[in-house]
Design a protein around this ligand. Structure first.
Ligand code: SF4
Ligand code: SF4
Ligand code: FES
Length: 252
């Protein structure tokens, strides 16, 4: 048996917009994306929303529900009070294209900057061997669906457009950690890259990214903090420092 719910949805584009009120039918078992689709079908045929799988796996339907970054397709209507007004807005950290759809190309630019996995040149595909413990460690990071909710919530860029050139964001600090921890990655400059080009020092471990991750990846504890420790080891360990000096001098 359906009931009516009160929704406020942000409508507009890059030039501006505002919240619009809708009363819409809700049925047992529905998620917020169902309600957005019903709005499109009955009252707002031109409402823009991005989605693909409706199963929490494509990472397309990211938005903010009552101010919290969430996947529209994984947010059950049953978690809200029946009398509550539910506000749906686009992700705040990225430019709006229209309504609930944002331009997330910032993330693709950051992804492209990361040097690719580099196995030792004398090892052919098929000869790769890894310990199970190393497989399991990177497996957690590989669960990422690239919804960019963590990027959206991170205060370093959320209200600070000026930080974007210097900061890669939690999703790509995970990638940095995954590659640095990979036993078959032969690059030796991952830590310098995280410090110099990904701005890992700007993260102050608030853990907001971990709280919104729909894949429950322990972004801060398992990726960013270990990566920060590795960066510090590399940069400030006196033995490493001395080694770098000698090595550089020999090369010079
Ligand atoms: S822990 Fe770091 S990366 Fe995550 S939201 Fe906080 S500042 Fe951003
Ligand atoms: S780490 Fe989690 S929150 Fe961030 S993009 Fe991946 S799945 Fe989304
Ligand atoms: S529609 Fe694919 S994650 Fe929501």
């Amino acid at each position: 048996m359906g009931r009516d719910a009160h929704f406020r949805v942000w409508r507009g584009d890059a030039a501006g917009g505002d919240l619009q009120d809708y009363t819409v039918e809700v049925n047992e078992g529905e998620v917020v994306l169902d309600i957005i689709h019903r709005l499109q079908a009955t009252q707002a045929g031109d409402l823009a929303v991005r989605w693909n799988c409706k199963a929490g796996k494509c990472g397309s339907c990211s938005a903010e529900i009552n101010g919290r970054p969430r996947l529209l397709c994984m947010t059950r209507m049953s978690i809200f009070d029946p009398d509550e007004t539910i506000t749906v807005t686009p992700m705040r950290a990225f430019p709006v294209i229209r309504d609930l759809v944002t331009d997330v190309s910032f993330n693709y630019r950051k992804a492209r900057q990361i040097p690719a996995f580099a196995p030792p040149p004398d090892l052919a595909p098929g000869e790769y061997r890894m310990q199970q413990v190393d497989v399991e460690r990177s497996q957690e990071f590989r669960k990422c669906i690239e919804c960019f909710l963590c990027q959206n919530v991170c205060h370093v860029v959320r209200d600070h457009e000026e930080n974007k050139p210097a900061f890669a964001g939690p999703r790509f600090l995970i990638r940095a950690a995954e590659l640095d921890m990979h036993p078959l990655d032969a690059r030796t400059d991952r830590r310098e890259f995280a410090r110099e080009h990904q701005g890992i020092g700007l993260c102050n471990i608030t853990k907001c990214c971990t709280e919104v991750c729909p894949e429950h990846i322990k972004i801060t504890d398992n990726a960013i903090i270990p990566m920060k420790e590795r960066v510090v080891d590399r940069s400030y360990d006196p033995l490493v420092w001395l080694g770098n000096k000698l090595f550089r001098r020999r090369r010079d």
